[in-house]
Design a protein around this ligand. Structure first.
Ligand code: G6P
Length: 472
């Protein structure tokens, strides 16, 4: 048994340059936590981009050494690569296409060439560390070509891929001039995972129609190799959120926030700034509610946390302007000297403050127009240890397939979202408890650690099955 190498575009740390020195802040993200149980063991390692400009050779040396002590290895990207591979092909071509925002897709050959080049760069970085019998688990849409690049060099390695964003219908995939190469890249894996059954189905259909490879119960026969494709809905570190909610640190923040906000019913929204999240639609629904129900003025507020993201990509810049304008419009229309309808924060918050927002809010409004999974809704549910609170969740989020006890809405139907907020504001405590308990039960059971285990067990099973076929 060889070692395990985790690969993702970003490493699970953020690099900060302070007083001429580099510092690393561990990511609090779910994936980082779940995979922590893997890459921190033995000889295992996580390979990825440290996410900041590191150019001078001595700086690269310093960062590499520090990362190695944390069981990580960096892939440094040049400014041009960040522009063309990360902001370009990953987030200006694949991201809009895979989230069904076809109007935002940029079809640039220079993007594609850089994407190919950087996937190759990742491949070379992995080959420096990998042995023939290693297991390599690659994550997400920035690295779709990597599985096949690795397969060509390490034919017997165990290679798995997980896609964290949606996989769109064949009708969208066929729009991309590079569709064949992208699919061939993914098929270099032994196991390919998606969050939902629908994503898996779309992928299998695209592989059938574009590559001409059929499947039998999720098994594709590609070049004498068996590739398994399935849905593995990702969970969260449930206990971490449940425990944090009642911790002293969080409760201190809750007290402080309550003092400042007074007796308000609170609607919480938390997202990265992204057009797939449906932020303007949600703010408009709240505006309509306030328009139609003056009795809520002074009594209900929205806490809207928008985390800066991909700020150099044009579609994201435009969205920022749109949100700023909308929030300005609502607040200027309805605010009084002692009440603001939308508390809008364009920044991220430390973990215990986030935990306090979850614990404090009456309603979470999670209404993406399209989302691979969405973990915010799961974190909200896990934080509601007193079983009081209501989740309003978009049908377009992968999580809606599991959290069927939320109030499910179509995020494009503003009237529907408005009514859902009304329903949530008037839901009796018994029903809140019933709905939350049932969601909590399943989230507790299928947490992030279980997700990692189920995926890894399946990978081992696929390898066994391949061996059986060869020995027959
Ligand atoms: C999504 C993607 C991740 C990505 C994250 C943050 O969750 O699935 O792959 O890392 O967004 O985006 P960023 O562009 O900052 O890495």
């Amino acid at each position: 048994m060889g070692k395990t190498i985790i690969v993702s575009n970003r490493l699970p740390v953020s690099l900060q340059h302070k007083n001429g020195k580099f510092e690393f802040k561990a990511s609090a993200g779910g994936l980082a936590t779940g995979l922590g149980s893997i890459y921190k063991e033995g000889e295992n390692i996580w390979i990825g981009w440290p996410g900041n400009d590191v150019e001078a050779p001595e700086q690269k040396q310093e960062v590499t050494e520090k990362l190695m002590s944390l069981k990580m290895a960096p892939v440094f990207l040049t400014k041009e690569e960040v522009e063309l591979y990360y902001e370009g092909f990953s987030n200006d071509t694949i991201w809009p296409a895979f989230h069904y925002f076809t109007q935002y897709i940029n079809y640039e050959d220079t993007y594609w060439e850089a994407y190919h080049r950087v996937n190759r760069k990742f491949c070379d970085a992995i080959l420096k560390k990998a042995d023939l019998d290693d297991t390599i688990w690659i994550h997400d849409y920035q690295l779709l070509l990597l599985p096949m690049m690795l397969r060509e060099k390490l034919p017997d390695a165990t290679i798995a891929f997980f896609q964290h964003i949606p996989f769109p219908s064949y009708e969208i995939i066929r729009m991309l001039p590079w569709r064949r190469e992208l699919l061939e890249g993914m098929v270099g894996s032994d196991l390919i995972g998606f969050h939902t059954y629908d994503d898996m189905r779309h992928f299998l259909s695209a592989v059938g129609r574009i590559l001409g490879l059929s499947n039998e119960s999720g098994f594709i026969q590609a070049d004498n190799r068996l590739v398994n494709v399935d849905a593995f809905p990702m969970g969260i570190d449930y206990d971490k959120f449940a425990k944090a909610a009642v911790s002293k640190k969080t409760q201190n923040h809750v007290r402080k926030f309550k003092e400042m906000l007074g007796e308000q019913r609170l609607l919480l929204t938390i997202d990265r700034l992204d057009y797939s999240k449906g932020i303007p639609q949600r703010v408009k629904a709240f505006e309509e509610l306030l328009e139609a129900h003056p009795e809520f003025h002074g009594k209900v507020s929205m806490i809207m946390i928008v985390v800066p993201s991909r700020a150099k990509v044009e579609s994201y810049k435009q969205l920022k302007i749109e949100i700023d304008t909308l929030v300005g419009r609502i607040n200027s229309k309805f605010s009084t000297l002692n009440w603001v309808p939308v508390h809008y924060f364009y920044r991220s918050f430390p973990f215990n403050e986030l935990s306090a927002f979850y614990a404090l809010s009456d309603i979470a409004l999670v209404t993406p127009l399209r989302d691979g999974m969405n973990l915010v809704c799961k974190e909200f549910v896990a934080s509601k240890t007193d079983k009081k609170g209501v989740l309003i969740l978009s049908e377009m989020a992968g999580a809606s397939k599991e959290l069927v006890d939320a109030i499910l809405v179509n995020p494009n139907n503003l009237e529907g979202v408005k009514n859902a907020i009304m329903e949530a504001l008037t839901m009796d405590e018994e029903e809140q408890e019933l709905r939350l308990s049932s969601m909590q039960q399943s989230l507790k059971k299928y947490d992030i650690f279980q997700w990692v285990k189920v995926f890894m067990d399946r990978l081992a099973h696929v390898k066994e099955k391949q061996k059986e076929l060869i020995s027959r």
